[in-house]
Design a protein around this ligand. Structure first.
Ligand SMILES: *Cc1c(COP(=O)(O)O)cnc(C)c1O
Length: 346
């Protein structure tokens, strides 16, 4: 099987398993998990923030940030296609009582003026605008990334408007590798950041929430409340440390493979790419299936019969993601399978 559904599907490499097996362990809830503490210190340093908190998932990291900062009735500004709106089960409303003001913008990127105009006047009628979320890379935006300048200008608008700036950086390292910048070029302007170890970095489980000392201390209480405090979680943290040490630079290979895949797809009639191959930003390729080829779900089903897995994300929309367990030759084989399905259905 060539699994292009997501970069979450990777299995630990042998070296990663070895790092997990050898990790010194303690009890993180009792405060003596050495490997978790080492990971938290490492991530805080990498992102230029005071402290970090290891959590089971990216959703929990984002929701802890919201719960730590917002009160019921507060409003959060986020792009209308953002992960927290579409893929976190409505939890800003359920867990923190917040509403979201959806912002427009191409491929998940918006400008400072959109932020300024969405901030409410302080008035007894209006919700309080409390937080801005910037997703980088942007998942439903096709793996698009923010330029450092675009990011800095919305960060400035957030600061002037009194908003807490949270970066949903599940794939922040993909953005950094694509741009050739360090994570601090983004995170220096942020109040909190979430990063995922189980996406392109290839660890089996886990994310980190990063921010100031007081913020993380408060988030730690909510992590316990949400059921995310873990015990010998150094087994997982060891995989994340290994991933940070060994799997960041190689994200560039995933980007090359995604572009190669996009180039193949561009030549297959009946498929239309959302972003041209030359502009494929990181490790994702989105395309639409023409009516003549049937719907996206049946297209993916026929691909599955040829041992290629893709995700259908709408009636005619398909997503493919490259990662650690997909080689350049896998991309060629997947492209050949896609060509066969498209030709057979035309
Ligand atoms: C994957 C992802 C998350 C977190 O997802 P989990 O499955 O909860 O780890 C958050 N934000 C974005 C943009 C993502 O792609």
């Amino acid at each position: 099987m060539i699994d292009l559904r997501s970069d979450t599907v990777t299995r630990p490499t042998l070296a990663m398993w070895e790092a997990m097996r050898c990790a010194p362990l303690g009890d993180d809830v009792l405060g003596d998990e050495p490997t978790v503490q080492a990971l938290e210190a490492k991530v805080a340093m990498l992102l230029g923030q005071d402290a970090a908190l290891f959590v089971p998932s990216g959703t929990m990291a984002n929701q802890l940030a919201i719960r730590t900062v917002c009160e019921g009735g507060d409003e959060i500004l986020a792009h209308k296609e953002s992960h927290i709106i579409h893929y976190e089960t409505g939890s800003p409303a359920a867990l923190s009582g917040c509403m979201i003001a959806p912002l427009d913008g191409t491929n998940g990127i918006f400008d400072a003026e959109s932020v300024r105009s969405a901030i409410r006047h302080r008035d007894q009628h209006a919700p309080l605008s409390r937080m801005l979320i910037v997703e980088n890379t942007h998942n439903r935006g096709g793996g698009s990334y923010w330029s450092v300048e675009q990011f800095a200008s919305v960060a400035k608008a957030a600061r002037i408007g009194g908003l807490h700036l949270h970066v949903d950086g599940a794939r922040l390292m993909n953005a950094c590798v694509a741009l050739g910048v360090g994570p601090r070029d983004f995170t220096a302007h942020a109040d909190s950041v979430s990063v995922c170890f189980s996406k392109g970095l290839g660890a089996p489980v886990g994310s980190a929430l990063v921010g100031g000392h007081a913020f993380i201390a408060r988030a730690r209480r909510f992590r316990k409340m949400f059921g995310g405090a873990m015990r010998q979680s150094g087994i997982l943290a060891a995989a994340a440390i290994y991933a940070l040490d060994n799997h960041v630079a190689r994200l560039a290979e995933d980007h090359v493979n995604a572009r190669a895949l996009a180039t193949h797809l561009a030549s297959i009639s009946g498929l239309s790419l959302e972003i041209e191959p030359a502009a494929t930003p990181t490790n994702m390729v989105f395309f639409r299936v023409s009516k003549a080829l049937g719907d996206a779900a049946s297209f993916c089903q026929r691909l599955r019969e040829l041992d290629v897995l893709a995700l259908n994300l709408g009636p005619d929309r398909v997503r493919m993601v490259t990662h650690l367990d997909v080689s350049a030759s896998d991309v060629d084989r997947a492209a050949a399978a896609i060509q066969r399905v498209a030709t057979a259905s035309a």
